[in-house]
Design a protein around this ligand. Structure first.
Ligand SMILES: CC(C)(COP(=O)(O)OP(=O)(O)OC[C@H]1O[C@@H](n2cnc3c(N)ncnc32)[C@H](O)[C@@H]1OP(=O)(O)O)[C@@H](O)C(=O)NCCC(=O)NCCS
Length: 194
């Protein structure tokens, strides 16, 4: 197993999982991203409002164009497509928060038309592998609104431990939000995969 000391992450694409291919987003993905990122139900518990096509096009030309992580403070967003059909069904993100503390964070947004098959969990597992095995992170967290049970389900299936419940710690979209924080450590990841 490769383990680096947090220098950088330059994955070889596409990243294959059992049913998915993960790869950088492309300009051609705008309509597939719009199909779910424009939906109010998808955006209910995420820190962005429903997106229009122009915003998606701007993101594709900006932060989503990144294909590697070379320093802390950066994030790598990857599209998840069904290997069988090539359809883009969601996206995952790895934030590199700290080089010194080797800390990162996982995020995921999927098209509800493809919910209930374990695709988000499968893609999230691939991102944990990138973070732990290729970037050499020590700890990866997931932060979510307590009401977002689907997201908590993904974190639990990924073997992440609920470590905190921050009661009404943020005003989120006009309401108090109770935040759950989940985490997994590299040694826990290594123990499970050896
Ligand atoms: C969070 C989100 C990605 C979860 O999607 P999801 O489809 O529920 O999650 P998964 O892809 O892991 O699928 C899990 C479901 O598939 C089922 N499943 C079927 N086959 C499976 C398999 N091979 N592996 C794992 N689960 C499987 C699970 O039992 C589970 O079903 P349940 O919902 O009835 O408990 C999705 O709700 C979403 O995009 N929400 C909007 C954005 C958002 O809130 N993101 C998180 C911000 S913190």
């Amino acid at each position: 197993m490769r383990s680096h000391s947090g220098t950088e992450l330059r994955p070889a694409y596409p990243i294959s999982t059992e049913r998915l291919l993960l790869r950088p987003l492309a300009v051609d993905d705008a309509d597939s991203l719009l199909a779910y990122r424009s939906r109010p139900d998808v955006c209910r518990y995420v820190p962005f409002e429903p997106m229009d096509k122009q915003l998606i096009v701007d993101r594709l030309a900006g932060p989503w164009a990144r294909t590697s992580l070379t320093d802390e403070g950066q994030s790598l967003t990857l599209g998840a497509e069904l290997a069988r059909t090539g359809q883009l069904i969601g996206d995952v993100v790895l934030f590199w928060h700290s080089r010194e503390h080797r800390g990162g964070e996982l995020g995921y947004v999927f098209n509800p038309d493809f919910a209930g098959h374990g695709y988000a969990t499968e893609a999230g597992r691939a991102v944990l592998r990138l973070g732990f095995e290729e970037l050499g992170l020590h700890r990866i967290v997931a932060r979510l609104d307590e009401r977002n049970e689907a997201s908590a389900g993904v974190a639990r299936r990924l073997g992440m431990r609920q470590e905190a419940r921050l009661v009404e710690n943020e005003i989120f979209k006009g309401e108090w939000s109770t935040e759950l924080q989940f985490a997994r450590l590299a040694r826990e990841w290594n123990a499970a995969s050896s």
